[in-house]
Design a binder for this molecule. Structure first.
Ligand SMILES: [Zn+2]
Ligand SMILES: [Zn+2]
Length: 249
């Protein structure tokens, strides 16, 4: 029976192989073997994959770009899944600085749409976000206080104005000044106290109401004057004129 000798059998499952197959294993068994080998040699496997990627860099990039352009949503969803998964998490942990730098760059170049999206998100989830912030504050007050302090330093002008605005609102005073107006005002005074001319630093800078809010002054920029803390405290409820008279030597 010479024919029977020619029929080859799979090394693994011993099933007869089709004549055209060059491999010594049938298809499922070959797959199985490859998987086994990959599991036993993970380093070699990933090196091989890397070699392949490097060798086909250009065409791979081309197709990736093409795919990205035609499948933006899918690409984003895949990326999001990857970030949430094990390998994404490990990568982010190891490349935290790089990751946040990328995010920062993206935000910078997409500022208007980012702001619009944040606004929409805030408007749609106001109650939930407030509650979430409260919970976060309760869970880790130390960390939140630190962040608050850092934010305060970053947006000093804004914060000073905000606290002024809050007081103005409580006293039902009219008007509001913008950070830009205050910066201009500060420049006019060469960043010095409007009363004692001490150079204003980050720590002692305040804005004083020339006519105090408590005496019917407004919160418009015309009624504001840069002032050091000691002067502001000493002036108390006096008007600008009354205080200037008092401190004149
Ligand atoms: Zn087989
Ligand atoms: Zn002063």
């Amino acid at each position: 029976m010479p024919d029977a000798i020619l029929i080859r059998h799979c090394f693994r499952c011993k099933d007869p192989l089709p004549e055209t197959r060059k491999d010594s294993y049938c298809k499922p068994c070959r797959n199985h073997k490859s998987k086994e080998w990959s599991a036993a040699n993970p380093k070699k496997r990933s090196q091989m994959a890397k070699n392949w990627r490097d060798k086909n860099y250009d065409s791979r990039r081309h197709w990736e770009r093409h795919y990205e352009e035609t499948h933006r949503k899918e690409k984003y969803a895949t990326h999001k899944r990857w970030r949430a998964g094990e390998s994404g998490k490990t990568w982010i942990e190891r490349n935290r600085a790089k990751d946040s730098a990328t995010a920062g760059r993206w935000i910078k170049t997409h500022r208007p749409s980012v702001n619009a999206r944040r606004k929409r998100h805030w408007a749609a989830n106001r109650g939930r976000l407030r509650e979430y912030a409260r919970l976060k504050r309760e869970r880790n007050p130390e960390r939140i206080r630190l962040l608050d302090r850092q934010r305060y330093v970053r947006h000093r002008e804004k914060r000073i104005l905000l606290s002024i605005a809050v007081r103005a609102k409580r006293l039902q005073a009219e008007g509001n000044a913008t950070p830009e107006q205050c910066r201009e005002l500060l420049e006019q005074f060469k960043s010095c106290c409007g009363y004692c001319h001490t150079p204003l630093t980050y720590k002692n800078k305040t804005y004083d109401h020339k006519t105090p809010l408590s005496r019917g002054g407004t919160n418009y920029i015309e009624n504001l004057i840069p002032s050091c803390r000691p002067c502001n405290a000493r002036k108390h409820t006096r008007t600008y004129e009354e205080f200037v008279k008092l401190i004149q030597p």
